[in-house]
Design a protein around this ligand. Structure first.
Ligand code: ADP
Ligand code: MG
Length: 699
């Protein structure tokens, strides 16, 4: 039974996890939840980091924050009555003493840990009340008669999930490695596309699951070990391929050819109170080139907050409409959709272009009418929210889709709207606009399926925003400042933030703040907006703020994107240390839209950690969204910057876009070559690295 012949020839991606001894359907179910279905999947589920339990560290050499093994004799063991009762044991070896602290313990434990006991302790040492302490470490009693060997290999820590312990994952990995000895792991990168003298894939995998003690090095802990880099390279390649294929698939479709109508364009511009900036003009020309081709455009326009993306959208929309096609413009929130509706209606009415409107909040009758106008082509430009995705929506002839502030939409939705417009043979063109500046290295891989344009200039006449950081101990001063600003006829935002993703708690906090501020600022009209308000209530508040009736608007981060109130020139952000820099930059962009000098006060909770200080410093120094995003990337990592953490879209098993950015250029070349010379290798390579994840790229 042991050597089951036919299975020897199976490759590891064909062998289900249930073939591993001890893996039944329950465990297999848990594994499937994190995408581990085959033995190959287990092998490619790589450790995040390692603990060194191969050797004993002398107590005298302990450093806080490091996981170690120590051995020694218990010298004293006492009950300590502080805020909470604890058992404190002093452990000594020939180099020093250290404390072990237990908050939960039973009688037997207490007796066994009494003076004279010899124990081995495994865990992380931290600074505590009595110097260096271990809290609730693992420990075992030492017995001369027993052979208590230390670990032979470094101990891997795997990405885990509920119900799957590290011990379990380690065992599974070891069992999977046994299969690796007997069954082949295919190389999908032919030798001529690999660096010379590279280890085999199998050897790299083996070492990373079971690194011998001597492999421990800062390189390994930082993910820069050659074996890790070899795998990271392949993973990046797989991601890049999936985007290339998506793009190829997209470009294989036909799109309407839209010609440029100079007259209409000029008429439109002549009715505006301003001229497009050079950057707006250049980006529009890039778009215009795309629209004149018969392949669907897929272009991302990045422009800092306030750079005037809406105008570029309008000029593009006009091109489609001039050619008899409909345009859909989608915003992530009702407020923004409303703002676009107002803008576009105003801009388009002189040109006799009819603007349609679709959100989830329309009454039944109005909704029916709008749907009918969309279906029979009476509505030429349709502004809306996610409601535009719904099945009931049938466009007459959609030629262009514009998605505003795209980081709020996932790739999923991007694709589904594309499919929506797929009537007959042509696909609509797609324009995606974002204020989230994406650093170049990141854009190269995260958005390899898109063309990118950058509006790198703000309209003239803007005064820069001055940003200061003030401790919450000086809250009274800040309130006085609000008073001044309002007395001078200006308007103010006060933004409340919370760590928890609880809309309710956030709303409560904002409510309390609004009440307090209204009490201290009796002559000022204070408004409140948060995510728990009904959409109609939100609109009412927003409109009252726009019209100047509300002077001070207390808000949660719902105002983050796009809202435009030029008279607001002061923003207070409470607890800015809780937000990402990119998000702070977005928020701050709500002021500085008019011609008066604007200010942003970052009202932090003191004391501030070094790390937070460094981050807020970036906000004070710079108003350049790209620079801020680069810094954010350095300080936080790509998932956060792209705002895709939740969707799991850009998650890597081993690669790290920031750390491995030096690989990206080579990855791009290799991806092209693999695609043209070895197309049959592409799918299995993507399956191996992207698993379930990449399927929706092609959904
Ligand atoms: P964002 O890029 O953040 O979406 P908007 O499109 O909302 O920016 O534009 C911000 C403000 O700048 C709006 O009030 C808009 O009317 C104004 N604006 C846009 N383009 C210009 C321009 N070329 N000159 C002057 N003002 C402009
Ligand atoms: Mg905008």
């Amino acid at each position: 039974m042991q050597n089951n012949k036919p299975q020897d020839s199976l490759s590891l991606d064909q062998i289900p996890v249930t073939q591993i001894k001890g893996v039944g359907s329950v465990l297999a179910g848990k594994l499937a939840k994190i995408g581990l279905n085959t033995i190959q999947d287990i092998l490619f589920h790589l450790p995040l980091r390692y603990l060194d339990r191969t050797r004993v560290t002398p107590i005298g050499a302990l450093q806080p924050g490091i996981d170690v093994v120590i051995e020694g004799e218990v010298r004293a063991s006492d009950l300590v009555f502080g805020k909470r009762r604890s058992l404190l044991c002093k452990l000594q070896d020939y180099t020093g003493t250290v404390s072990l602290r237990f908050y939960h313990f039973n009688k037997v434990q207490q007796q066994n840990l009494s003076a004279g006991a010899r124990i081995r302790v495994l865990g992380e040492v931290r600074r505590g009340a009595s110097g260096l302490e271990f809290y609730h470490p693992e420990y075992e009693f030492l017995d001369d008669k027993k052979n208590q060997e230390l670990q032979e290999y470094l101990t891997p820590i795997y990405p885990a999930t509920e119900g799957l312990t590290q011990t379990r994952l380690r065992l599974l990995a070891i069992q999977a490695l046994n299969w690796l000895d007997k069954n082949p792991l295919r190389e999908y990168l032919p030798e001529n596309l690999r660096a010379k003298n590279q280890t085999t894939l199998a050897d790299a995998i083996r070492l990373l699951h079971q690194p011998p003690a001597i492999a421990n090095s800062p390189l390994l802990q930082d993910g820069k070990h050659p074996h890790q880099q070899r795998l990271a390279y392949e993973e990046l390649l797989a991601h890049h391929l999936s985007l290339l294929l998506l793009r190829k698939e997209h470009q294989a479709e036909a799109a309407p050819v839209l010609s440029f109508n100079r007259n209409l364009h000029q008429t439109f511009l002549s009715q505006l109170p301003f001229k497009p900036t050079q950057a707006q003009q250049r980006v529009f020309e890039e778009i215009s080139q795309d629209l004149q081709k018969n392949i669907p455009m897929l272009r991302l326009v990045q422009g800092d907050v306030g750079s005037g993306k809406t105008l570029v959208a309008a000029m593009s929309a006009l091109m489609a409409i001039a050619n008899g096609y409909q345009v859909a413009i989608m915003a992530p929130t009702e407020i923004l959709a409303e703002q676009h509706k107002t803008n576009f209606t105003q801009w388009m009415q002189d040109l006799s272009i009819s603007v349609g409107w679709l959100t989830g909040r329309l009454g039944a009758k109005e909704k029916r009418e709008q749907l009918a106008a969309i279906a029979d082509g009476k509505a030429q430009l349709i502004v809306g929210t996610h409601a535009l995705f719904q099945d009931a929506v049938n466009f007459f002839n959609l030629g262009l889709v514009i998605i505003d502030e795209q980081h709020r939409f996932g790739v999923h939705q991007r694709l589904s709207l594309r499919d929506k417009g797929n009537q007959g043979k042509t696909r609509p063109h797609q324009l995606i606009m974002t204020a989230t500046p994406i650093p170049r290295t990141l854009a190269m891989s995260a958005y390899a399926d898109l063309d990118i344009s950058v509006i790198d200039q703000l309209p003239p006449g803007r005064t820069p925003i001055t940003t200061v950081t003030i401790s919450d101990q000086r809250r009274a001063d800040v309130i006085e400042r609000v008073q001044h600003a309002c007395a001078e006829g200006r308007q103010v935002y006060w933004v409340c933030t919370l760590i928890e993703e609880s809309e309710q708690l956030e709303a409560q906090a904002a409510e309390m703040t609004a009440t307090q501020l209204a009490e201290s600022l009796t002559s000022i009209h204070v408004g409140l907006i948060h995510g728990r308000l009904k959409p109609a209530e939100k609109d009412a508040v927003m409109n009252a703020f726009k019209s100047g009736e509300i002077q001070l608007l207390v808000a949660t981060t719902v105002i983050e994107v796009g809202v435009d109130v030029p008279n607001a020139s002061l923003m207070i952000i409470e607890n800015p240390e809780r937000l990402g820099l990119a998000q702070l930059h977005q928020l701050r962009g709500r002021v500085g839209r008019g011609s008066v000098a604007s200010h942003c006060v970052l009202l932090y909770a003191s004391p501030l950690s070094q790390h937070s200080k460094a981050r807020l410093q970036v906000m004070r120094e710079s108003s350049d969204g790209f620079y801020i995003a680069e810094q954010d990337l350095l300080l936080r990592g790509p998932g956060e910057v792209l705002g895709t953490r939740q969707t799991g879209e850009m998650q890597f098993k081993i690669a790290d876009l920031q750390r491995d950015s030096d690989l990206l250029e080579k990855v791009r070349d290799t991806a092209q070559q693999l695609l043209s010379q070895y197309p049959e290798n592409c799918q299995p390579l993507m399956d191996r690295w992207l698993g379930q994840n990449h399927r929706y790229w092609h959904a």
